[in-house]
Design a protein around this ligand. Structure first.
Ligand SMILES: [Zn+2]
Length: 214
């Protein structure tokens, strides 16, 4: 099978996302870019992720042309490719409808702030207004909200989009963004919401950056 390694990495990531409850049914999609081959492996459209095989993962070029795979690529190809084309540092992208991120995406004053130190790696989290799924419009709005260094955005009435320099980093962004949404939701509900002080967030960001530079 062609592109076996990259397909297996995408399959493992979507399987983990299902196991962790970040993806339900056929919603959510994950993509990984191979710079040497100039291709992107992405989950297929409308197919259950349970029992999926590596050859079911679609292969597209960076313009979105479908090159290989048993099923057609995700309808959110434009969003994943727009981010990868705008951000050469991004190799992996994850879009999910994770429940708490979706809830927190609804309020304009629901900007996620870090509650625990590891979450500082993924802030600020942008909010993207609702735009039709699968459109170039939503793709452009996600690119704008991520900016040059963003790792995560919430998309109103839809879900979230996260990215990273590899699959592990993109999955971590997804897990911690959902964790931020869950902890923020419950803290606000209990009336005890108190995110980390901005100074501490800045210090944590510096520590994480220094650690990753090693
Ligand atoms: Zn979606």
């Amino acid at each position: 099978m062609k592109y076996e390694k990259i397909r297996k990495t995408v399959l493992e990531a979507i399987t983990e996302a299902v196991k962790e409850g970040l993806v339900k049914g056929t919603s959510g999609n994950i993509a990984l870019r191979d710079d040497e081959e100039d291709i992107v492996a992405i989950t297929p459209s409308g197919i259950s992720y349970m029992g999926m095989k590596p050859e079911d993962i679609a292969i597209v070029d960076l313009k979105g042309n479908w090159l290989d795979g048993n099923f057609k690529p995700s309808s959110e190809v434009p969003m994943h490719l727009a981010v990868m084309n705008a951000r050469p540092d991004v190799k992996a992208t994850v879009h999910t409808h994770a429940m708490f991120a979706t809830i927190m995406a609804m309020g304009n004053d629901n900007e996620l702030k870090p509650i625990t130190p590891p979450q500082c790696e993924f802030t600020p989290v942008g909010i993207v207004p609702f735009t039709m799924p699968g459109s170039n419009d939503v793709a452009q709005k996600v690119v704008e909200a991520l900016g040059k260094e963003g790792r995560a955005v919430l998309i109103k009435n839809h879900g979230m989009f996260c990215c990273g320099k590899n699959m592990k980093a993109a999955m971590a962004a997804t897990t911690y963004t959902e964790e931020m949404a869950i902890t923020t939701y419950y803290a606000k509900l209990l009336g005890v919401y108190e995110p980390m002080p901005e100074e501490a967030e800045k210090a944590m960001k510096a520590l994480i950056a220094a650690d990753q530079a090693v």
